[in-house]
Design a protein. Structure first.
Lengths: 293, 277
């Protein structure tokens, strides 16, 4: 990065540290923090959408849809989320490749799953082996996003289902008395009113999501944990910047990063909570009204 | 052809503890193999879960009391402890502790002529259990602290009126009420701690001689057969059983804690995932 860094072995003290912390690999380490933040920011709305679908399905008058919704919302209670993180990406990948196999491959009778292998012809591979490396990474990251969205969608569905049931019945009846159809009641009253009840659960869910992001490492994405272990490992004299095992210090940086993410999130969520409580028929809303009066 | 199912069970039922067949099955994986070996790994999940929750309960009570203390030197360390363990990912805590334990001198620490062995601390049964213990203590302490703050004022005044003070007041009034109020949330915490035990062997702690937990073996099968649709649902099945057992046991305690209340206001144990971890 800097001209002075051309010969790292001659450097000492602060200039050594400066050069060490600006190597190409360190830049990728810093970049991976944005990968993690990107994951949180992308997963949050997708999971919310999944959760919304799940909650609406669980309230549906159509029984099979309701069963599906209930099953989806309750699966995360019994099964560890890590099982989903390991299962969903592989299952998605194989499912997509199998679909492509159905119309892209010649069908010569060779089974797809055989001899402990999953093999489809080269044309059905996803992404194609000829695509540039970046698309392989994007594909891996997208599968991770889907895995996270499935799990957090189920948690969110639980929260939203509870929140929808918590909206006072009188408010919905008032809307019905005005002659609104069920869809109008849902859109104009139920959904706007449920947020104040959903917020504590969703805030907690956001904090859980933040704390689940290091699991990206398990999905093979080059995230902060990957780089911390890579950079911290003992470097012999063969390297430009030899150092002993520094993994502890790198992981300590991650700990501080996550603690500050938690702290900042708590402050922001506290503000949103105040904003949403305004004018609500809840204790928090009442406290705000009294404080203002 | 592969062995019969009883033979497989005899060979692999305690494989995760190091008994039975030394090598893991190669090729020719039957459903029986997968059920047996994943079930064998579940022993570790139960070991971690039971001991962490069991020891964590007492430490959490102490932490919650410290957090409620008016004395700063007691309150502040406990607040920090809870913040650090609740505010950071368990995964990172595992890594950090492992790296810390690895940095201990290999030869042992010499303390007043006594040599304290350190090598055992980096193995999962000790190191990971320690992290899980601290982690669940922090989460439970927050739950207990919340419940302690919610103990009705009238209960405390009644205890004062009876002349109860200090430990007697805590033992006979505060503690039972705190537990009663905290129990539904604490049940949640226990369930999700059992789920969190699946992380142990993915987080730096090595699975010595391939002795791993349920998910370790599930991943082993998924990697070997390229078929995730069998081992992971088996793991899911086992964990649903564990979850139902935990709910059953905690439900029994819940009934005992609430036995003095009239039937219609007795709180039922409801699992609310919105207050998880």
């Amino acid at each position: 990065m800097f001209d002075t860094c051309a010969d790292p072995k001659t450097l000492e003290g602060l200039s050594w540290l400066l050069c060490y912390l600006t190597t190409g690999k360190h830049m990728m380490f810093y970049g991976s923090f944005f990968v993690v933040i990107a994951l949180m920011v992308i997963v949050a709305p997708v999971a919310l959408a999944f959760g919304f679908g799940g909650a609406i399905a669980a309230r549906s008058p159509f029984a099979p849809l309701r069963w599906f919704g209930k099953l989806y919302t309750s699966m995360v209670r019994g099964i560890p989320d890590i099982v989903f993180f390991l299962f969903v990406p592989v299952a998605m990948d194989q499912g997509l490749e199998y679909l492509r196999y159905l119309y892209k491959c010649p069908h010569d009778g060779t089974p797809v799953w055989a001899n402990n292998e999953f093999s489809v012809c080269a044309a059905a591979k996803l992404p194609l082996s000829s695509t540039p490396q970046i698309w392989h990474e994007v594909y891996g990251f997208s599968l991770a996003v889907i895995a996270f969205a499935v799990v957090f969608g189920a948690f969110a569905a639980n929260v939203l289902y509870g929140a929808m049931n918590a909206v006072p019945r009188a408010q919905l009846e008032t809307a019905e008395a005005y002659g609104m159809s069920p869809a109008q009641v849902r859109r104009r009253v139920l959904i706007p009113q449920m947020w104040t009840y959903a917020l504590p659960g969703l805030s907690n869910l956001w904090l859980i999501l933040v704390k689940a992001t290091p699991l990206l490492f398990l999905l093979g994405v080059e995230d902060v944990v990957y780089w911390a272990r890579e950079l911290g490992a003992t470097k012999s004299q063969l390297y430009d910047y030899p150092h002993p095992d520094w993994r502890f210090w790198y992981v300590l940086v991650l700990l501080v990063f996550y603690l500050s993410m938690t702290k900042v999130s708590e402050i922001v969520l506290g503000r949103i909570s105040t904003r949403l409580s305004r004018g609500q028929a809840t204790m928090a809303g009442e406290a705000l009204r009294k404080a203002a009066a | 052809m592969s062995d019969s199912c009883p033979q497989i069970i005899a060979d692999y039922a305690f494989r995760s503890l190091g008994f039975g067949e030394r090598v893991l099955p190669r090729g020719d994986f039957t459903l029986c193999h997968e059920f047996t070996l994943i079930g064998s790994g579940l022993i570790w999940n139960i070991y971690f879960g039971v001991l962490a929750v069991g020891f964590g309960f007492f430490f959490a009570t102490a932490l919650a009391l410290a957090k409620a203390s008016p004395r700063g030197w007691l309150r502040r360390p406990s607040e920090w402890f809870i913040f650090v363990f609740r505010g950071s990912p368990l995964f990172i805590q595992f890594f950090l502790t492992y790296e810390l334990l690895v940095m201990l001198p290999k030869a042992g620490i010499n303390l007043f002529g006594l040599t304290i062995e350190t090598s055992w601390t980096t193995s999962a049964w000790a190191g990971a259990l320690f992290v899980l213990f601290l982690n669940t203590s922090a989460y439970s302490a927050e739950i207990f602290h919340g419940a302690l703050m919610a103990v009705p004022k009238g209960d405390i005044e009644a205890a004062d009126a009876y002349g109860l003070t200090g430990f007697a007041k805590f033992r006979r009034v505060l503690w039972p009420t705190m537990l009663r109020l905290a129990w539904p949330a604490y049940t949640n915490e226990a369930i999700f701690l059992f789920h969190a035990t699946t992380l142990v062997f993915f987080s730096g702690f090595p699975a010595y001689q391939q002795r791993g937990d349920a998910l370790y073996y599930a991943k082993f099968f998924a990697d070997k057969t390229f078929n995730p649709f069998i081992p992971y649902p088996i793991t899911a099945f086992y964990f649903i059983l564990v979850t139902l057992t935990v709910i059953g046991l905690f439900g029994m305690v819940n009934r005992r804690l609430n036995r003095h209340l009239p039937g219609h206001i007795r709180p039922k144990l409801r699992i609310r995932p919105q207050i998880i971890r």
